[in-house]
Ligand binder design. Structure first.
Ligand SMILES: *[C@@H]1O[C@H](CO)[C@@H](O)[C@H](O)[C@H]1NC(C)=O
Ligand SMILES: *[C@@H]1O[C@H](CO)[C@@H](O)[C@H](O)[C@H]1NC(C)=O
Ligand SMILES: *[C@@H]1O[C@H](CO)[C@@H](O)[C@H](O)[C@H]1NC(C)=O
Length: 364
C-alpha cells in the first residue's frame, strides 16, 4: 500500500511539473540556442568546403552518388535563414559546407556492449517490425568528463545481426578525446559491417546545409534544479523515396545532411529497432562518467536527464507517439550508477517522456 501511494504521488508531482513547463519547453527554449562559442568554432575548427567535394563523397560506395539537397519529405518547405538569439551567425557561403578541420580517419571505439567499459540505458522498441526513424527532445546538461571518457544521449536506429550491425546514433555528447573540451556537441556515429565512426571522422555523412553541422557546440545547457530546460530536438528519418537517412533539427525543421543508403546493407530497407537513451564509456582505470544530468531519475524532472515528445516513424513512414506496450527498458547496468524511468504519456507538450541518467561512479 505504501508503495502504491508513493507511485501515485510521484506521478502527480511530475504531472504538475509537466504543466508548469509547457510554456517554456514548447517554444523558444525547446531547442538549444547558440552563443558566441559557436561562432568561434566556425572560425577556428571548420573549413568551408565545396558541397560536391566534401570528403564523404570519396567513400567507394558513393562513387556514383548524386547529392540530395533536401529530403523528399520536406521538399515543399522553404528553407528559413537560421537565426539564433536574433543574431545571424557566421556561416559558409552558398554552395559550401562546414567540415571539421581535425577530420581524420579513425575507426570507432565502442560497440562491444558486453564489455564492462561501455554502459547504456535505453528505452527500446520491442516489436518485430520495420521502422523508419525516431524523434525526441533530448535534454542537455554540462558534464565534467576527462580523457577518453564519454557520455552520449540520443536516438539509435539499428538493423542487422550483431556480426554486421548497421546503426546510426544521433544526439549530443561530451567527448573530450574527440572534441578537445568538455562541452556538449551535436554528435553522431554510424557503423556498418565493422566500419564506421563519429561525425565525419570517416567518409559517410553528407552535409548539405551550412548550419547546423556535426560537432557544433550546444550552449547554453539546462541547469539542475530549474524547470527551464534546454533540449536538442532531433529527428532521424529515412526518406521513403531515396532510402537515405536524414538528420533534422527542430523546431523549424532543418534537415542538414544524411547518410546515403549505399553505406548500409541492412538499414537501407529500414530499421528493426529504435532506441532512446544514453551511453557512456569508462576507460580502463577511470571511473564511469555521468550520464544525462549526472543525477538519477529519482531526483525528478527538475534535476534529472530527460527526453520528451518521444516519437517513432513507423513502417508506413508516419511519425507517431511511442506506445508503452511495445517498448521495453534496457537497463543492464548497476542502477545506482544509471537508471531510466518511463511511465508513458505525461500530457501537455511533453507527451511520452522519460527521465534517465545518473552519476556513474566506481562500481558500475
Ligand atoms: C513562447 O510562449 C510564451 C508563453 O506561451 C509566449 O508568450 C511567447 O510568445 C512564445 N514565444 C514564441 C517564440 O513562440
Ligand atoms: C517484448 O517482446 C517479447 C517477445 O514478443 C515479450 O515476451 C516481452 O514480454 C516483451 N516485453 C515487454 C516489456 O513488453
Ligand atoms: C553499484 O554501485 C554502487 C554505488 O556506486 C555500489 O555501492 C554497489 O556496490 C554497486 N553494485 C554492484 C553489484 O556492483
Amino acid at each position: 500500500m505504501t508503495l502504491f501511494l508513493v507511485v501515485v504521488l510521484s506521478f502527480c508531482i511530475a504531472r504538475s511539473n509537466v504543466d508548469a513547463r509547457i510554456g517554456t519547453l514548447s517554444n523558444e527554449t525547446s531547442y538549444f540556442t547558440t552563443s558566441d562559442i559557436v561562432r568561434h568554432d566556425v572560425d577556428i575548427d571548420f573549413d568551408c568546403i565545396d558541397i560536391h567535394k566534401q570528403p564523404s563523397l570519396n567513400h567507394p560506395l558513393l562513387k556514383n552518388h548524386k547529392i540530395q539537397l533536401y529530403p523528399t519529405f520536406t521538399r515543399n518547405i522553404v528553407p528559413i535563414r537560421p537565426s539564433y538569439d536574433g543574431k545571424i551567425i557566421e556561416r559558409c557561403p552558398i554552395g559550401k559546407v562546414p567540415i571539421h578541420r581535425k577530420t581524420k580517419r579513425h575507426q570507432i571505439e565502442g560497440f562491444q556492449s558486453n564489455s564492462h567499459e561501455y554502459h547504456s540505458i535505453s528505452l527500446d522498441t520491442n516489436q518485430t517490425m520495420t521502422f523508419h526513424g525516431g524523434y525526441a527532445y533530448v535534454g542537455g546538461y554540462n558534464l565534467q568528463l576527462t580523457g577518453k571518457q564519454y557520455s552520449l544521449s540520443g536516438i539509435w536506429v539499428e538493423s542487422g545481426p550483431p556480426s554486421n550491425l548497421n546503426s546510426i546514433f544521433v544526439g549530443h555528447g561530451v567527448m573530450p578525446n574527440l572534441y578537445g573540451d568538455s562541452q556538449l556537441h551535436i554528435t553522431t556515429r554510424w557503423a556498418a559491417g565493422g566500419s564506421g565512426c563519429y561525425n565525419i571522422h570517416c567518409y559517410g555523412f553528407v552535409q548539405v546545409k551550412s548550419d547546423p553541422y556535426l560537432g557544433m557546440v550546444l550552449s547554453p545547457t539546462s541547469i539542475i534544479g530549474s524547470f527551464h530546460k534546454l533540449a536538442l530536438c532531433t529527428t532521424i528519418k529515412q526518406d521513403k523515396v531515396t532510402g537515405h537517412w536524414w538528420l533534422c533539427i527542430h523546431p523549424k525543421p532543418v534537415c542538414f545532411g544524411y547518410w546515403p543508403k549505399e553505406l548500409f546493407s541492412h538499414l537501407r530497407s529500414g530499421a528493426s529497432i529504435i532506441r532512446y537513451g544514453g551511453e557512456t564509456y569508462t576507460p580502463p582505470g577511470m571511473v564511469s562518467p555521468p550520464m544525462g544530468s549526472g543525477r538519477l531519475p529519482q531526483e525528478k524532472y527538475k534535476n534529472s536527464g530527460f527526453m520528451e515528445r518521444v516519437e517513432i516513424i513507423n513502417s508506413e513512414y508516419n511519425q507517431i507517439d511511442i506506445n508503452p506496450r511495445s517498448m521495453k527498458i534496457n537497463k543492464n547496468v548497476n542502477l545506482s550508477c544509471y537508471d531510466l524511468l518511463y511511465r508513458g504519456f505525461e500530457g501537455g507538450s511533453a507527451r511520452h517522456s522519460f527521465l534517465y541518467g545518473g552519476p556513474g561512479g566506481r562500481s558500475c
